[in-house]
Design a protein around this ligand. Sequence first.
Ligand code: DQA
Length: 145
Amino acid sequence: EKVLIIHGPNLNLLGKREPAIYGSTTLDDINTRLNERARELGLQLTIVQTNHEGVMIDTIQEAEDKFACIIINPAALTHYSVAVRDALAAVSVPAIEVHLSNIYRREEFRHHSVVSPVALGQIAGFGANSYLLALEAASCLIRSA
Ligand code: DQA
């Protein structure tokens, strides 16, 4: 089964970017750990990082009929991109929303996600492990389908 992982704006800078909040793990490290666990779970990952809202929307639209699940960290777009939300609502592929940080214990403007209402669920606050927990959730979902 195929799972699509989408990393949003600025996540290419992980490891260097605000390490007190996001940790020292790089995006490559996270992707390596995801691929290792996916292999154990019998899942095949496609991993995309983009700094562009339009590319994120195109990627979501193209997932239709190709992936069993989307794991997405829309990063800052989480808080205001109605277009990303609409793209997720437009496809029938279930999405799991991920955040490295616990957005609810940070600045007020991060407390609201416009994406959550169209996601199956959200995992936030566990650093790189948020993604690995989302992969476990995706695996459970796929096995129970
Ligand atoms: C983030 C949280 C967002 O508020 C922020 O804009 C990000 C990363 C996270 O993974 O914790 O870029 O999505």
